[in-house]
Write a protein that binds this ligand. Structure first.
Ligand SMILES: NC(=O)C1=CN([C@@H]2O[C@H](COP(=O)(O)OP(=O)(O)OC[C@H]3O[C@@H](n4cnc5c(N)ncnc54)[C@H](OP(=O)(O)O)[C@@H]3O)[C@@H](O)[C@H]2O)C=CC1
Ligand SMILES: O=C(O)CCC(=O)C(=O)O
Ligand SMILES: [Mg+2]
Length: 418
């Protein structure tokens, strides 16, 4: 059935129960995309570390059968030069339910549209989940990085990030601009002759399904607050809609009550209280530097979430150790927050921490908590021993700088020795 993908001879598929919970065999087949650029450095290290964490936790009773699937430049070499995202990659991600990927290149200006965005849209992976936490000993530009403990729920399927846009001075851009001026009475396009045009779809359904998950997460994880981050003062119906629909769902589906007359709300779950609040995106970006302890779960739109992810990651050491997941109601693809960092590709130099921590999220998603704990503990121990890749070592006095693969080996050596 598959053309280039080789299904491992051992292992079986993860299945979905009727309620969409996972039925995970002891030997699941997990598809992985190596990734462009530094993908060739970090992905093999991640696999080694994950295998070791599982071996240490379950002594051979559980094991992953890794199955390579293809996207990005590697796919163009293997399939044909126009095929950046083969159909069978999408089929495998659906069929095998849980996957992990390295970063994929998207050229600026011309060229292909983002394969990352395409994967998220085609598989309806509408949640981009990015937890931000501090590991003791990581160098940080802020005085109290330990106060940063947030989980971002970034809407992953719509917004200006959906990529609906037309190049300046093309027939299509002209048609859209004509329509806006003639039929819609728009007078605000400053230079109509030379404007490119982008469209920002933000829906009630898309916003509410994301915010519903963020609130449920806050309830399940006993978190203190959910902040809806938006720029609704300026983009009233798109970003403003996100905020209004968010408060509305908090009230209607979770029974939240107005706090001090609103718009902030409080919802109760047993003895646990969660504040639902909102913040305007520009002010939020200064607040997370000045008073990070006031923010906990964050729900936001696609573009804001992209910016906020990297900004928050910087506060706890950078995108070298910033994990993430793309989730639908059934399928998951785990991936680092960073990109392909092309200048470091193939140099065995960058931090594999992001993709390793993404794999840690994946293990937790599978219910393999002991293996996930092994990864966290060995990461903590390796960093506290000042063993660091260049990105952290260059900011840490007396650090022992190691390569990407040596960092993975150092983690493996420290597993189960705590
Ligand atoms: N999900 C995905 O697949 C993503 C893909 N991309 C794509 O990646 C390409 C490159 O994007 P770019 O904007 O340069 O952003 P990148 O995230 O690739 O890199 C920016 C900088 O971040 C630092 N960095 C990134 N990853 C690591 C790591 N693992 N360890 C240590 N430092 C790291 C490096 O900083 P320094 O130079 O200071 O050492 C690097 O130069 C683009 O095509 C973009 O579209 C971008 C983001 C996500
Ligand atoms: O798709 C890309 O190339 C960039 C994506 C990105 O920056 C992100 O999702 O954080
Ligand atoms: Mg990004």
């Amino acid at each position: 059935m598959y053309q280039k993908i080789k299904i491992p001879t051992s292992g079986s598929k993860i299945q979905l129960n009727q309620d969409l919970t996972l039925l995970v065999p002891d030997n699941p087949i997990i598809p992985f995309i190596e990734g462009d650029g530094i993908g060739i450095d970090i992905t093999p290290v991640m696999i080694k570390v994950v295998d070791a964490a599982i071996r240490q936790a379950y002594g051979g009773k559980r094991v992953i059968s890794w199955m390579e699937i293809y996207a990005g430049e590697k796919a163009t070499h293997l399939y044909d030069q126009e095929t950046w995202l083969p159909d069978e990659t999408l089929t495998a991600a659906k069929e095998f339910v849980v996957s992990i990927k390295g970063p994929l290149t998207t050229p600026v200006s011309g060229g292909i549209r983002s394969i990352n965005v395409a994967l998220r849209q085609l598989l309806d992976l509408y949640i981009c989940l990015r937890p931000i936490r501090y590991f003791q000993g990581v160098p940080s530009p802020v005085k109290h990085p330990e106060k940063v403990n947030m989980t971002i729920f970034r809407e992953n399927s719509e917004d200006i990030y959906a990529g609906i846009e037309w190049e300046a001075q093309t027939k299509e851009a002209g048609q859209v601009i004509d329509f806006l001026i003639r039929d819609m009475g728009v007078r605000k396009i400053r230079f109509p002759e030379t404007s490119a045009i982008g469209v920002k779809p933000v829906s009630q359904e898309g916003s509410q399904r994301l915010i519903r998950k963020a609130i449920q997460y806050a309830i399940d994880q006993h978190r203190d607050s959910v902040t809806l981050v938006h720029k609704g003062n300026i983009m009233k119906f798109t970003e403003g809609g996100f905020k209004t629909w968010g408060y509305s769902i908090a009230q209607k589906e979770f029974g939240a009550q107005l706090l001090d007359g609103g718009p902030w709300m409080k919802l109760k779950h047993g003895n646990h209280e969660i504040v639902i609040k909102d913040a305007i995106a520009d002010a939020f970006l200064q607040q997370i530097l000045l008073r990070p302890e006031e923010y906990d779960v964050i729900a936001t739109l696609n573009l804001n979430g992209d910016y906020i992810s990297d900004a928050l990651a910087a506060q706890v050491g950078g995108i070298g150790i910033a994990p993430g997941a793309n989730l639908s109601d059934s399928i998951a693809i785990f991936e680092a927050t960073h990109g392909t960092a092309p200048k470091y590709a193939g140099k065995d130099m960058v931090n594999p921490g992001s993709i390793i921590l993404s794999a840690e999220m994946m293990l937790r998603h599978l219910g393999w908590y002991e293996a996930a704990d092994n990864i966290i503990q060995s990461m903590e121990k390796t960093i506290s021993d000042k063993i660091m890749t260049y990105d952290l070592a260059r900011l840490t006095p007396n650090a022992k700088q190691v390569s990407c693969s040596q960092f993975g080996e150092a983690m493996i050596q420290r597993m189960g020795t705590l």
